[in-house]
Write a protein that binds this ligand. Structure first.
Ligand SMILES: [Zn+2]
Length: 322
């Protein structure tokens, strides 16, 4: 055995930079959606403004009411315009239906595959002579099929998010019209939802951040799992997965507990199938070659990781079980 790769505990999935870029891309698109809806929908509303006095003003909590004289077809057209703008900006690229976010997840997958490849290569001479570099892994039909699995998952998430944006934006416009609010109010609500990151209102940006983090993490980890499975199947190497947690203040206890543990692929898959565990998860796993008893050849790493976990528990005020 040549050695064992040092796990990156600061950023186990190595996705922080890409996550930042993906999030910035989301924000840019959300701002563009906001600007175009202001221009093509809100600014086109021409309500009659009437002053309300006395009790009615009190009940409506307004001194002015806006009457929108829109018929059914005009209302339908507003809804269609909203959907068209959001779908085009959030889903389309270069004039074709092609989800931009899929590029990020494909890159994360490739990085995960490269990481698994280099991790296995340092541990096994058999592996390193069969797959000496990442190029021998990429561009095979098998690899392309595996990438398609994660990118189609991303497509589904993007579609769900796009539907959510459409529903909420339509509701804001619908409330404006039904409740006789001013176009200014609509503009403020839309900006609050689509652009702002502060305040009590639900934020599209925080959903976007979750999607970016979740999709990139899932993609990276899938590549590690797939590559370790392939090493087992094609070379007969027995592999397990060494769990590496980011051990941050936000790390879930159940994720931190796995830090430094060797799990089978089935156990990792089982963990991620429950309790929303993939959501916002920054943990990763190192493919680890084990002996016939399922024990790792490298030993020192486990002591080191147990200490890291202990420090994390102390920092979180968690007492170690006796
Ligand atoms: Zn995690």
């Amino acid at each position: 055995m040549a050695g064992f790769p040092a796990p990156n505990i600061l950023d186990p999935t190595q996705q922080k930079g890409r996550e930042k870029r993906a999030y910035a891309d989301f924000r840019r698109r959300l701002r563009a959606i906001n600007a175009e809806i202001q221009e093509r929908v809100v600014d086109q509303l021409r309500p009659r403004e009437i002053a309300v006095n006395g009790l009615r003003a009190y009940l409506l909590n307004a001194e002015r009411v806006y009457i929108y004289e829109l018929d059914y077809l005009q209302l339908r057209r507003i809804d269609e315009t909203i959907a068209e703008i959001i779908q085009r900006i959030m889903m389309e690229r270069d004039g074709q239906w092609d989800v931009w976010m899929q590029r990020y997840t494909a890159e994360a997958y490739q990085q995960g595959a490269a990481y698994a490849q280099s991790s296995l290569a340092v541990q096994s001479a058999v592996y390193s002579s069969a797959y000496s570099n990442i190029e021998s892994v990429l561009f095979t039909p098998e690899y392309q099929r595996r990438i398609a699995v994660v990118t189609s998952r991303t497509f589904n998430s993007m579609e769900g998010f796009t539907d959510e944006l459409i529903t909420t934006t339509r509701r804001i416009l619908g409330d404006t019209i039904a409740q006789g609010k001013s176009p200014r109010w609509a503009a403020k609500q839309l900006k609050g939802y689509l652009v702002d990151t502060e305040g009590t209102q639900a934020k599209a940006a925080s959903r976007a951040a979750t999607i970016a983090r979740t999709e990139l993490g899932v993609s990276y980890r899938s590549a590690v799992m797939d590559e370790s499975q392939r090493a087992s199947e094609s070379l007969g190497l027995v592999t397990k997965l060494l769990w590496v947690s980011a051990l941050m203040a936000t790390t879930r206890r159940s994720h931190a507990d796995l830090h430094g543990r060797l799990l089978t692929r089935a156990e990792v898959t089982e963990f991620y199938s429950k309790n929303g565990n993939p959501i916002n998860c920054r943990c990763s796993q190192v493919p680890t070659i084990v002996d016939e008893y399922g024990n790792a050849f490298a030993k020192k790493i486990f002591e080191k990781m147990a200490k890291q976990e202990e420090r994390w528990m102390q920092s979180q005020g968690i007492k170690k079980a006796a």
